[in-house]
Design a protein around this ligand. Structure first.
Ligand code: UDP
Ligand code: MG
Length: 317
């Protein structure tokens, strides 16, 4: 029987894990696949790890990974996927915003021959208008700027075939924009639509500051368009400045040069100063990620692990 592993990153999710676990296995038990679940504790501060451990102790199909600190969802996911040995893996959030009931549909598309099956949200229930607007703006910008089309309104909830997993495992960049990485590997990709539910319990870890960081990360990881934009802006302003200079010169030659024009001079100086700082910032953004990549640090450390059907590796293993 083909093997399927479900990878669940969890950070401070002790409130919801038990409900999630039950709903997940309600779905998995109906599949004619050999199913495992791998929970990744991303350095939670609450008792998420003890909940995961008790789930793993109760069921041999449940695995548990504990990262050495909070690395963020992207890295937690990567750690989980690195430890998957199955014909396909499903990535799903622990907060029940991604309905486990969709997994059979993802599996059906996989069995129909697709390598990456992603879930696309048809509605964002329980999210504010502003959040919806910013999300939409983000996806549009990504579409305009990015070299690889990142599917719109998709989270990380998706299924990956064995070869897609193998491909993804080779992308070891430190700043990981997962949606982009999933799209970048290529192969046969398709989507399944669903309605996204509000969080069942606990708090979202995203605030607008983090979302803005995430957006900058998404754009700078997959596109050098901002650099090109800085070049173009520079060129256009230089041409305009040149023409303006010509006009000033001719005017001075024809009419002499009393001293008006201080306000327009200030405007031009400030405007150019602003553009220069912006362009420097853009360059700095790329330089910064270059620095992070060249350090070649490992993506994560594992503190404890208990893979499905294998002996546990304790804190000092
Ligand atoms: N998560 C994680 N590490 C983090 C933040 C979040 O592993 O540093 C997990 C979290 O437990 C959940 C999933 O990533 O399973 C999505 O997190 P959240 O619900 O906060 O994000 P959103 O649904 O708003 O995108
Ligand atoms: Mg969520």
């Amino acid at each position: 029987m083909p093997k399927l592993t479900v990878v669940v990153p969890a950070y401070n999710e002790s409130d919801v894990l038990a409900i999630f676990h039950e709903r997940l296995f309600g779905v998995l038990d109906k599949l004619s696949l050999q199913c495992n679940v791998l929970y990744v504790d991303d350095g939670s501060r609450d008792d998420t790890w003890s909940v995961i451990q008790s789930l793993a102790a109760a069921d041999a199909r449940v695995g548990a990974l504990k990262l050495s600190r909070n690395f963020g969802k992207e890295v937690a996911l990567t750690a989980g996927l690195d430890h998957v040995d199955a014909d396909a893996a499903v990535v799903i959030d622990a907060d029940l915003q991604d309905p486990p009931e969709l997994i059979p549909e993802l599996v059906a598309q996989w069995q129909a021959g697709y390598d990456v099956v992603y879930a696309t949200r048809s509605a964002r229930a329980g999210e504010t208008g502003f959040k919806r607007f910013t999300a939409a703006a983000f996806y549009r910008t990504m579409e305009l700027m990015s070299d690889v089309p990142v599917p719109r309104d998709t989270g990380d909830f998706r299924l990956l075939s064995r070869r897609a997993l193998k491909a993804l495992a080779q992308l070891r960049e430190r700043q990981r924009f997962m949606k982009g990485l999933f799209a970048w590997i290529g192969y046969r990709q398709t989507s399944v639509h669903y309605m996204r539910d509000p969080r069942k319990a606990g708090q979202t870890k995203w605030n607008y500051w983090r979302l803005a960081q995430f957006a900058i990360e998404g754009i700078t990881s997959f596109s050098s368009a901002p650099l090109r934009l800085a070049t173009w802006t520079g060129m256009v302003t230089s041409v305009v400045a040149f023409l303006l200079g010509l006009k000033v010169l001719i005017k001075a030659l024809l009419h002499g040069d009393p001293v008006p024009g201080y306000p327009s001079l200030m405007v031009a100086v400030l405007f150019l100063g602003g553009i220069q700082l912006l362009a420097l910032g853009v360059i700095g953004e790329y330089l910064g990620r270059n620095y992070a990549e060249t350090k070649q640090r490992p993506l994560y450390f594992i503190e404890e692990e208990q893979l499905p059907g294998q002996p546990a590796k304790g804190p000092d293993a």
